[in-house]
Design a protein around this ligand. Sequence first.
Ligand code: ZN
Length: 311
Amino acid sequence: MIVNNKMKSLGIDIGGTNIKYGVIDTNNKLVFSKFIDAEIKSGKDSVIEKLKSIICNCKRNYDISYVGVGIAGLVDKNRGIVLSSPNLPDWNNVHLKNKLEELGLPVILDNDANCFILGEYIAGAGQGYKDILGITIGTGIGGGIIVHGKLYNGKNNYAGEFGHTKVVPNGRLCNCGQKGCIEAYASGFAVTKIAQEKYGAHNLKCKRMTPKILYELAQNGDKIAQKIYKQAFYYLGISMSNLINIFNPEAIIFGGGMSKMGDFMLKQVEKIAMEHSFKPSAKNVEFKLAKLGDNAGIVGAGNLHYQAVAL
Ligand SMILES: [Zn+2]
């Protein structure tokens, strides 16, 4: 594939609620970005029609040459197939690349966490580094790896599934079907579930429990909430120490809804990780919050083509 660096690209990030998209210029700046309701419940074909309509409109107005799409779940990047997605229940073996390329532009798909770290590497908190890791902590926990300035996908594009690394042998049941994954202890889904167990399902605090409400309780001195987050951050720190020992990264960048807790989360995770890491590696790693917010996935998706030709 020949990629002309003067051409603009369109980045699309398909989430469980919204489709976020934007046009990236030659300096990796967002020309514009927009969110629309994905209306997942109206079905796969309806979502694909929305994606096609986005591509058509952007192509008409912005001289787009490439399209990149990020989506949560398992993506066969080489063949452009969405194998499965936790946000999109009826998406199994969807040949999304082929369907979108009917509009005449080359399309690359990747996992949303890979797009997140690529976006942060190019235009956010990862700028200036070459070897970084990205962790997205939302309903689930995802991850992405940049090695020598390139996204590392692994043989089948499943690299970076940090959420399913084990922190407690034979521990809590994870959504992946295995036990003891970090996602079963520190994701938004996990802390909400643990809170319901600790307070008791009939407790008023549990009626509308969310990670944000639990955070506010912790900030207001609620001992149970503080203990739940202390445990979650302890396991996250242990998990990060394992990643530090394996990758010797320059920086670890935290994104996703839970990272909005900021230093409350970051400092506790960093402290535990430092205590448990191989000391020479621990000395050189920085813990950082993502900078691009919801736009990281768009910028990363829009840059997938440049990564593909540079490999
Ligand atoms: Zn798991």
